[in-house]
Design a protein around this ligand. Sequence first.
Ligand SMILES: [Mg+2]
Length: 242
Amino acid sequence: MSWHLAPSHPFSGVRLLTFDLDDTLWPCLPTIQAAEQEVHAWFADSAPVLASEYDIDSLRAHRQQVARENPHMAHDLSAIRIHSYRQLAERHGLPAEVAHEANSIFRRARNRVTPYQEVREVLGSLRGHFQLVAVSNGNAQIEKTPLAGCFHFAFMAEQVGAAKPDPALFHAASDATGIPLNAAAHVGDDPERDVDAARRAGLRSVWINRDGSEWPGALPGPDLQVRDLYALRDMLMRREES
Ligand SMILES: [Mg+2]
C-alpha cells in the first residue's frame, strides 16, 4: 500500500524518514550511565589501579579533555574513548589492549537501550510506507539494540566522518535509499543538530519534544512539532482522509 499525501499537506511527497536515536527513540543518559558503571566495574576486576585512581566523573573529564585536544576526532566517540583509556592505561604501565577491551564493554552496554514505549509499534507501522533510516551522532549499533529490524539503513557519525549539524548523515541516508533530500523528513530532539541541520540540508523537519521544552527563539521553527511518535504517525496518516 502506498500513501498519497494531498498536495497541500506539509509533508507531501515525503518518502524517506530519518530518525535521530538518543533522546528521540530512547532516553540516552541512563544507558550511558549504566555503560560507564559497567566499564568501571571491569576496571576494578581487571585493571584495579584505574578503578582506584579514577571514578566515573574523572574518566569522563579526561575523555572530554581528549576530545578538546583532538577536534579532528570530535565525530568519532569510540576513537575518543579508546584514546582516553589508552592514555590512562599507559600512564599506569598497562597495555593498550586494556583500552580496547574497555571500549568493547562500553559498546555492548551502550546497545542496551530502553526505547520509549510507542517506538517499536510506530516504526513498525511506518516501515511499510516509508524508507526508514537511523542517523546518529552517537555510537549505538541499532541492529544490536531492541530496535533491530526496524530500519532499512542506519548510519553513525563515526562511519560518515562528520556529526550533525553537518549534512553528511543525511546524504548517506539519501544515497542508500536513492531518495532525494527534498523528499525526506528528519525527526529529532535537538533544535540545532536535528531540526536546524535538516532544514539547512533541504529536508523537512520534525521536532520531537517529549518534555514540553520551549523552542529556542533564535532558530527558525520546525515544520512540525510532536510530543511522541504517535503524533507523528497521526499527522502522516491524515493524508488518507484528505
Ligand atoms: Mg538526540
